[in-house]
Design a protein around this ligand. Structure first.
Ligand SMILES: Nc1ncnc2c1ncn2[C@@H]1O[C@H](COP(=O)(O)OP(=O)(O)OP(=O)(O)O)[C@@H](O)[C@H]1O
Ligand SMILES: [Mg+2]
Length: 352
C-alpha cells in the first residue's frame, strides 16, 4: 500500500556541507512522527524540504500519491508551527486564526464560526480580541497551532513547538497536541531534540545524526533495541563496558565468560551497553566488583555512580536502585560492592 508521505533518497547540501544525505522514509496516514536528534543533525532542514520552504538537491517527496518535490509551499497541503510563535503581532488572536480562511475567500459567517470553534478547542474562547503580546508563550503556541489547523491541512509540521516554553506548560501542551492530533487523525511530524518528549508523544521516532537516519521505530523499539551506539547513548541512559570476543567466539567481560550468543562476525574488542535500571547490586552468575562513588536521590530510585575495580568501562557505571530495595543493600558512597550483569539486558556494539 502507498504511504501517505514518501521521502525517497533525499539529499541537501549547503555549499560543501551535506545537511541531509540520502534520506528515505515512509510515513502512514494518521501517524505522529518525531524527528529526534542533536542540534545541527538536519531535522529542520528535512522538515523545510517537506514543506517546500527549501529545495532538495536530489530525491523525491510524494504526498498522497503526488510527486510534490518541485511544488512551492502554497501548492502543498500542510500547516506548520515554529519554535518561535511567529504570530502576526498586529492582528488579534481571532484574525490570526482566521487569516488563511479569509484568504481562501470564505464568507464572514463561515470564518466567524470556524475561528470560534478553534478558540474553544484550544481553550481560549475569551481571548479572540487580544493581541499576541497579551498572551503567555503557551497561549501563543496554542494560537499558532489553531492557525495551522484552521485550513484542515492533510499534514501538520511542528518544529520544536514546545522548546521555548517552561517545563510545566510544555508537558500540558504536549498532551493538548497529542489528543488533538488523535481526534483529528492528522498525520503529524514534530521536530524535537528532547528524547523524553519524543518518547511520550510519537507513534514512531526517526533518530537522526549528521544528516542521516540512524533508526526508525516505536519509542519502545528505539529504547529496547537501539540499532547503534549513537541511538543507545542519545535515547535514555546507557552504560558502556569494553569486552573481548575470544577466538572461541565467546564474549569475555572482566575475564568472565558471558552467556551471550556467539559473536562470529566480531572479534577482538566489542562494546557492551546496559541500562542503569538493568543493573543490580548483589549476587548472581556474572558479578563485577565496583566501588560506589556517589548516590543521587531521584524520587523513585537512587542513581549510584560506581567505579569498576580491576576492569574497564568507558566511564563511571550508573546503577538505578529502586528506593524500596535500598534498605536491604546498605550502600553508601565509598563502599565496595558487586554488580550483577544479566545477559538478556546486554546490547552488543562494535568497539570504536
Ligand atoms: N540556509 C543554510 N545555509 C547554510 N547552512 C545551513 C542552512 N540551513 C541549515 N544549515 C546547516 O545545516 C545543518 C542542519 O541544520 P538544521 O537546522 O536542519 O539542524 P537541526 O537538526 O534542526 O538543529 P537544531 O536542533 O539546532 O534546530 C546545520 O549544520 C546548519 O548549520
Ligand atoms: Mg532545528
Amino acid at each position: 500500500m502507498q504511504s501517505f508521505l514518501s521521502i525517497q533518497h533525499l539529499s541537501k547540501s549547503f555549499g560543501a556541507f551535506t545537511a541531509l544525505d540520502d534520506i528515505s522514509l515512509n510515513i502512514e496516514q494518521g501517524e505522529f512522527i518525531c524527528f529526534l536528534g542533536p542540534s545541527g543533525c538536519g531535522k529542520t532542514t528535512l522538515l523545510r524540504l517537506i514543506a517546500g520552504l527549501e529545495s532538495s538537491d536530489q530525491g523525491e517527496i510524494w504526498q498522497s500519491g503526488v510527486n510534490c518535490t518541485k511544488f512551492p509551499p502554497e501548492k502543498r497541503d500542510f500547516g506548520i508551527v515554529f519554535q518561535t510563535y511567529a504570530l502576526f503581532p498586529n492582528l488579534t488572536v481571532f484574525d490570526n486564526i482566521g487569516f488563511g480562511l479569509q484568504n481562501q475567500g470564505l464568507s464572514r459567517e463561515k470564518v466567524q464560526t470556524t475561528v470560534a470553534k478553534w478558540l474553544e478547542t484550544i481553550g481560549l474562547s475569551d481571548a479572540g480580541d487580544k493581541f499576541p503580546c497579551q498572551l503567555s508563550g503557551g497561549q501563543q503556541q496554542r494560537v499558532a497551532l489553531a492557525r495551522a489547523l484552521a485550513l484542515s491541512p492533510g499534514l501538520l509540521l511542528l518544529d520544536e513547538p514546545l522548546s521555548a516554553l517552561d517545563a510545566r506548560v510544555r508537558v500540558k501542551l504536549r498532551e493538548t497536541i497529542r489528543s488533538l492530533q488523535k481526534r483529528l487523525g492528522i498525520t503529524t511530524i514534530m521536530v524535537t531534540h528532547d528524547q523524553e518528549e519524543a518518547m511520550a508523544m510519537a507513534d514512531r521516532i526517526v533518530v537522526m545524526n549528521h544528516g542521516h537516519i540512524e533508526q526508525v521505530g516505536t519509542p519502545r523499539e528505539i529504547y529496547q533495541n537501539p540499532a547503534s551506539r549513537f541511538v543507545a547513548e542519545f535515547v535514555g541512559a546507557m552504560n558502556f563496558m569494553e569486552a573481548e570476543v575470544n577466538p572461541q567466539n565467546q564474549t569475555m567481560l572482566a575475564n568472565q565468560p558471558l552467556a551471550l550468543a556467539p559473536q562470529p562476525s566480531r572479534s577482538g574488542k566489542v562494546l557492551l551497553g546496559i541500562r542503569p535500571e538493568n543493573l543490580t547490586f548483589g549476587e548472581g552468575i556474572t558479578e563485577l566488583p565496583v566501588q560506589v562513588e556517589t548516590m543521587e536521590f531521584q524520587g523513585t530510585f537512587v542513581r549510584a555512580s560506581c567505579n569498576p575495580l580491576g576492569w574497564t568501562s568507558t566511564s563511571a557505571i550508573k546503577v538505578d536502585v529502586p528506593v524500596h530495595q535500598l534498605a536491604n543493600l546498605s550502600l553508601h558512597p565509598g563502599c565496595e560492592s558487586r554488580l550483577v550483569i544479566q545477559e538478556q539486558h546486554i546490547h552488543v556494539f562494535p568497539a570504536e
